[in-house]
Design a protein around this ligand. Sequence first.
Ligand code: BGC
Length: 755
Amino acid sequence: MGSFDVEKILQQMTLEEKAQMCSGRDFWRTQDVERLGIPKVMMCDGPNGLRKQIGESDALGINESVETVCYPTASAVAASFDTELLRELGEILGEECQAEHVGMLLGPGINMKRSPLCGRNFEYFSEDPYLAGKLGASYIRGLQGKGVAACVKHFACNNQETRRLSGSSWVDERTLREIYLPAFEMAVKEGSVRSVMNAYNAINGTFCAENKRLLTDILREEWGYQGFVVTDWGAVKDRVTGLEAGVDLEMPGSMTGKTEAIMEAVEEGSLSMETLDQAVRNVLAFVKESIDNQRETAIFDREQAHVKSGEFEKECAVLLKNDGILPLSKRKKTAFIGAFAESPRYQGAGSSHINVRHAVSALECLDGWEAVYAKGYDADQEDADEEFLRQAVEIAKNAEAAVIFAGLPEAYETEGCDRDTMKIPAGQNALIEAVAQVQPNTVVVLHGGSPIELPWLAHVRAVLCMYLGGDQVGRAAVDLLCGAANPSGKLAETWPLRLEDNPSFLNFPGEGARVEYREGIFIGYRYYDRKKMAVCFPFGHGLSYTEFAYSGLELDRSQMTEKDCLRVKCRIQNVGKVFGKEAVQLYVGVPHSRVNRAVRELRGFQKIALQPGEEKEVVFELDFRSFAYYETKMNDWFVESGEIEIAVGASSRDIRLTGHVEMVSSMTIPMQYTRYSTVGELMADPAKAAFVHSLFGQEKSEEEIRQEKESDAAMGAGAEKMRRQMMMDMPLSALVSYGRMSEKQLKGLLEELNR
Ligand code: BGC
C-alpha cells in the first residue's frame, strides 16, 4: 500500500467519507477508502504484550488472540525504576507489531494508583506522576522508534473501575495539574506520543470524550500535542460534541448512526467543516505515518522475546524483607508450597490479557534443588483447605526452609471491577501462619499487581514480591531466591499497613457516580510522609543481596533563580560482595512553603549497575518544574523563594544525603486585594510591606505603650503573641470598623493597592 498526501486526499473526500473516517471500520482497524487509496491500519491491545485478535474480534477476549509473549505487567516494570528497561520493552513490542502488521499498540497505561483497590492497578505504574511519566515516555520512545504508534491511556483521572463508564472524578485544579496530568504531559512532551486515548469517566462532571478543556485547551494548546485522540472503546456519549472537544477517532467502529449524526450536524451548520476536517486530518496523518513506517520484512524472534521477558522480571521483583536468609542454598532441603509455585499468577484479566502457551512456574525451574512440594491452598477458594494445609505443614516441618508462593487470586485483579479488600484470601494467610510456626526459615514469594496486607510479616524471614511478572515469572523467582540474580526492584507505590490508612479510603470508590478526590495532592507517600505515619513498606523501598554506600553530595550552586538548572552529583559504591543494581532516588522538598506541600517529592532517579567495590558518580539535573507547584491564582506553575531541600536516598524513607539551595525567585503572584485581605497577606509582599507600616506603624505615644502593657498583663502570658497574630489576621475592613478611616478612604486605598 503506497503513501499519500494528507491534504490532497482531504480535498477529494466527500462529507460521508470524512464522517466515516472519524470512526473505525471495525473493532481494531481504521476506516479504509479504496477509491482514494487510503488503507486501513490495525491497532491492538497491549501494554504488556501484543493482543492481536484475528477473525471476529471483540473487547472481552471471547475470541482468542494470537499466542505470544506476556511481559511483566506495568505494576512490575515500574518497580525496575529503569528507563532503559522500559525503552527495550517498547522496542521489542515494536518489532512484534511490525512483524504482525500492527500500526498502533494501545498502551502504556499511566494512570495514578490512587487506591490499592483499583482493579486495573496491575496495568498502571505508580502513585507518583514523575516516575510514571518518565517510565511511560521511555516505553513510548522505544515503541515509536520502531515505527509503531503508542497510545497513552486513559486520559485522565481513570483511577478506579467501579462505574467506569459513567462515573465522574471530582478533582481540584491543583491536584489535577500536580498529580493526575503530569505523566500524560511527559508522554506528550518527552515521549512525543502519537496517540492519546480518552478515558471513559468524566472529570468534574464533563465526560473525557466531550472534554474540550482536557483534549484541546490543555492537551493541544498548552502541551503542544500533535497526534490524534482516540476514544476508549465505547466511551463516546455524543459524537458531535466529542468532535468539537477534540476527539478524532471513535473506536470501535461500525456504531450505528454516528456517521449520519456527523453529516447531519455539518449540513445543518451546528458542526463546522473545519472541525471535521481537522479530525480527519489527524486520523489520516496517523494512517499515512503508519504506512510510511511499515517494514514488510520485519521478523520477530518469539523465543528470544520469552527469554527477554524473564530477564526483565529479574530487574523488577522487589525484595521487601530479608533478615539474611536469602539467597537460599539449593542444597538445603526446601519445601516449596503454594498453588502459585505450580501455576503462577503473572498477568491480570481484561483487555490486556495475553494469550500465552505456557507460563513458566517455579516448580519447573528447581533443577539442582533439594526440593519437595505441597499445594497448600486452592487458588480459587477463600478459606483454608484443611487437607492441603496439613500436607504443607508436614513437608515444611521436615525441611530446612520453606518457600510459600502466595498472593492475589486471578479473579481479584481484573478490568471492570475493583477489589474490596487489601487482603489475600484467609486460607493463604492461615497457611503462611501455620507453616511459619513449624518452620523458622520461612520465605514468602508474592504475586499481585498492587499492595497487599501482610499480617504474618513478623513471622517470616523474607518476602520477595514478583508483582505480576509475565510468562517467565517462575524462572525469575527461582533465580532470585538462590542468588543467581540479585534483586534490584524498588516499590513504585507505598504499601500501607492496612487499607484504612490509605488517603483515598473514605472516598473510594465514591458514592453513586461521584468520586471525590478529597485527599487532593496527598496521594501515596505524599500523604503518609506528611502525616508521619508508619507504613508497611515505603515508596522506593527494595533490598538487595549487596549494600550500597552513598557519599559526596555536591550541588553546583548554593543559590539559584527559577531560570537556573541545578546539577546535583553524588557517588554510589557497591560495598558488598556481589554484583548489584541500585535505583538511586532524588527528592525535592520546600520546607517553608507558603502552600500545603508534600514533605518531599520524587524529582529524579537512576538505576546503576555496580560490581563489588565499584563506585560510580550519579548526576541529576533539576529545572523549574522540579521546584514548582501549580498556583491556581495564576493558572500556571510557580516557584517561590526560600530554602529548598535536596534529598538523595535508597527509598523515600531511607534518605542518605541531604543538601540545600536557596531559591531566589523573581516570580510574583498577581494579587487582587479586597476589603478582607489581611495585614499578613500585604506584609508577605515586599512591595506592600512598607505601605502597611505607614498605615499601622505610626509611633506610639508613651501613654499608648503603657496601656498596651497593662492590658497584656491583665490578659496573661500569651497576650503579646495574641496581639501580634490578631494584627496579622486583621482584614483591611477593620480600618473602617475601628474608626481609622472612612469607607470612602478604604475604597481609595484598595484602588491604590491593586494598581
Ligand atoms: C479498555 C482499554 C482497551 C480497549 C480495547 C477498553 O475497555 O479500557 O484499555 O485498550 O478496551 O480493548
